[in-house]
Ligand binder design. Structure first.
Ligand code: COA
Length: 146
């Protein structure tokens, strides 16, 4: 019985959480840096907050096209992209906090870029091909590393 009540409460909380409006805006160092770097630190496999990279990454957040997504004053996702001569945009990073996944925050962060840069062709440095295919992106090439 207690388990059922717990599950129902959880579902209600989840529904309420979904109804909280999502706010997406451009990144500012003073407002977002600390929370964003903490989110990266908490994410398995993301090393930008490691000692040897963090200062360079903080500076990249400011010089890139960086969006942050907030729900209830909690930074729950971000994207970082680079623009090339006003024509191409390369999405480098997209991350949504685990508890907030599945609520279209990733999709909305991606949509922001298309909305704000409608004349640019958008490329993605994909780590999750299935996800970008789901969003309608088409495979057009490969990345080489040396
Ligand atoms: C990938 C990620 C950004 C998705 O964010 P999200 O806000 O949970 O995704 P959305 O809610 O916008 O999902 C949109 C659709 O994609 C699907 N989807 C989500 N993650 C997926 C994945 N890894 N593979 C395939 N499809 C996926 C969802 O089920 C949803 O489908 P629906 O429209 O049929 O319901 C998030 O899972 C994440 O931060 N992962 C870790 C970091 C990462 O891999 N980043 C991307 C590489 S840089």
């Amino acid at each position: 019985m207690l388990l059922v009540v717990g599950i129902v409460l959880l579902l209600i909380m989840r529904k309420l959480e979904k109804s909280v409006p999502l706010k997406i805006r451009k990144y500012t160092k003073s407002e977002d840096e600390a929370e964003l770097m903490q989110m990266i630190l908490d994410e398995d496999g993301w090393d930008y907050a490691d000692e040897n990279l963090s200062e360079k990454y903080k500076s990249a957040l400011e010089t890139s096209i960086t969006y942050v997504a907030y729900k209830n004053n909690v930074l729950c996702g971000y994207s970082r992209s680079l623009q090339d001569f006003g024509t191409y945009i390369y999405i480098c990073d997209l991350l949504v906090k685990p508890d907030y996944r599945g609520d279209e925050i990733g999709r909305k962060l991606m949509e922001c870029i298309h909305k704000d840069y409608p004349d640019c062709i958008v490329y993605v440095m994909s780590g999750v091909d299935g996800y970008y295919e789901k969003l309608g992106y088409k495979r057009v090439g490969s990345i080489f590393e040396l």
